[in-house]
Design a protein around this ligand. Structure first.
Ligand SMILES: Cc1cc2nc3c(=O)[nH]c(=O)nc-3n(C[C@H](O)[C@H](O)[C@H](O)COP(=O)(O)OP(=O)(O)OC[C@H]3O[C@@H](n4cnc5c(N)ncnc54)[C@H](O)[C@@H]3O)c2cc1C
Length: 497
């Protein structure tokens, strides 16, 4: 354990109660009083419970540690809750003058440790910057503060007859700024696009404390996209304070169904054809056998290899119905038969809930790893990864579904379950499972993340994926944030990069 001017840093796994005692005994860093004096309007917390709450996100490894009453990394030194852009600018300028590391914080629903502090960082929580600033019904865009909860955005839009089309499973647990910062993707991505296709304007407080304002226009050819630079930057390059998103009138028709295929390969071929022929399903999800059993239940056909695909089309009535029928014809040519709609009804009833709680509460180790690859590699990648895991760890269950489809490939979303056992036995297996999946993914031409991002937990593999591009990222980081004060150590950006 080392004490730094910014707070207390724990270099190894630390019991939460030990951290509580240290926190009780030590004096708050002197800069906390200065911050309160210089920006009296801003709400600041430094009590242990608030620090503990902001010491982790939804990273499963952090959850396992928390269950064993340990911290994931360190405690932050304080949490500030600005209410407007001017306060954010003042806080960032204060951090620059005092050489303080900061972490932008949305809702802490990230699953890669993006908000986990390691050196007593100051957390800048956006929960009080949660207003919708404008719903522009001529240009079909909404302007919102970055801390706005995704579910609240959708409720407000729905009242006016619109949707953003962004529907991550974590809709109600995440913020619009977090969507941008993590380069997120929603369940309806094949119709409405991913977050990078939706954000058309952005305001960012840069590490210098200046405000960058990229105003909304339908498209620009004015150098590289500065919005894109911050989409996926995970709090390392600046703090997103406002986003402008496209919105869509609620579709007059939504038509869905469930199809059974004779196996994963035929299901993936059928989805590839649907996407390559230009159909635009809102939802299209194929499940491997084990996940098909979970969602299909008694509705699964007798064939022991049968897998299910849930799908949905949105749009004007005639158009959505015609696309639905066209998809059914394509499915049929690959052995797809429509079955009872029980599976998609069951999925829809829990689509915005977390599915890991019961398994983790019973002592097991549940994680998810989403990757993406071109169609030509997907089946081989699935089979290779599954065999590699079951050969080495027969006790580990690895299942998959394919939940975001494109004309050139798809996302493969894997769930890994290690049964209940002591941490000393399980955590090395957990780390090894990640290593095996990431290794095969890199070797087989995939990307290490489709939408969860990097945080710190994927640091080990980002350099290999981006190769010289990671140096470019490091150069950008140094240019924008020479003191390495913004979310240090995330995206593989350590001091030495
Ligand atoms: C059950 C569950 C299901 C999920 N399903 C999906 C899914 O379907 N699709 C998907 O894309 N993700 C999903 N996620 C992951 C997560 O919800 C997303 O990454 C989400 O976008 C994070 O938003 P947040 O506001 O909680 O960000 P946080 O967790 O608070 O922060 C995440 C990262 O973004 C940075 N950050 C946050 N806000 C800002 C800001 N305003 N400016 C700069 N940096 C910022 C943080 O520093 C951190 O690095 C899921 C998570 C869970 C727990």
């Amino acid at each position: 354990m080392v004490d730094m001017n910014q707070g207390t840093v724990f270099s190894t796994a630390v019991e939460i109660e030990t951290a509580r005692k240290v926190d009780d005994e030590q004096l708050a860093p002197s800069w906390i009083a200065s911050l309160q004096a210089e920006i009296p309007s801003v709400r600041l917390h430094s009590d242990f419970d608030t620090l503990l709450e902001h010491s982790r996100d939804r990273l499963p490894f952090g959850r396992f540690r928390h269950r064993s009453k340990q911290l994931t990394g360190a405690l932050p030194s304080a949490v500030v809750e600005p209410t407007n852009v001017a306060e954010v600018e003042e806080i960032v300028q204060f951090a620059q003058r005092n050489n303080l590391a900061v972490i932008p914080y949305g809702s802490g629903s990230g699953v890669l440790g993006g908000t986990v502090p390691f050196c007593g960082e100051l957390i800048i929580a956006l929960n009080r910057m949660n207003r919708i600033l404008e719903i522009d019904e001529t240009n079909n865009v909404v302007r919102a503060e970055a801390g706005l909860n995704g579910g609240a955005l959708e409720v407000a839009l729905k009242e006016r007859g619109y949707s953003s089309g962004h529907s991550p499973q974590s809709l109600e647990m995440s913020t619009v700024g977090g969507w941008a910062a993590c380069r997120g993707s929603g369940q309806c991505s094949s119709r409405y696009g991913n977050i990078e296709n939706m954000i058309v304007g952005m305001k960012v407080v840069l590490p210098s404390g200046e405000l960058m304002d990229v105003r909304h226009v339908p498209r620009r050819s004015v150098g590289p996209s500065l919005i894109e630079l911050f989409i996926g930057s995970e709090g390392t390059l600046g703090l997103v304070v406002e986003v402008t998103l496209k919105i869509w009138p609620l579709p007059p028709k939504e038509i869905d169904g469930t199809v059974a295929f004779p196996g994963v390969e035929s299901g993936l071929h059928a989805i590839r054809k649907v996407m390559q022929l230009g159909l635009r399903p809102a939802v299209i999800r194929l499940y491997d056998r084990s996940e098909s059993e979970r969602w299909g239940g008694d509705d699964l056909p007798d064939d022991p290899d049968a897998v299910i695909c849930m799908f949905e089309f949105h749009g004007l009535a005639g158009v959505a119905e015609a696309e639905f029928e066209a998809a059914l014809r394509i499915f049929a040519t690959h052995g797809g038969v429509i079955i009872d709609d029980g599976p998609i009804r069951r999925w829809k009833s829990v689509r915005f809930e977390s599915h890991s709680d019961a398994f983790v509460d019973a002592g097991g180790y549940y994680d998810t790893i989403e990757v993406a690859a071109p169609w030509s590699r997907l089946v081989e990648m699935y089979n290779t990864i599954r065999s590699a895991i079951s050969d080495k760890y027969p006790e580990v269950m690895l299942n998959a579904h394919w939940s975001h489809a494109y004309s050139d490939g798809a996302c493969m979303y894997m769930t890994t379950k290690i049964p209940a056992m002591p941490d000393e036995a399980a955590l090395p297996i957990h780390a090894s499972v990640w290593e095996i999946v990431m290794r095969h993914c890199l070797d087989m031409g995939g990307t290490i993340s489709h939408h969860h991002g990097i945080g710190y937990f994927r640091n080990k593999w980002i350099i290999e994926e981006l190769n010289a591009g990671h140096k470019v990222l490091g150069d950008l980081k140094r240019a924008l944030d020479p003191g390495n004060l913004f979310n240090p150590g995330k995206l593989g950006l350590t001091d030495k990069d």
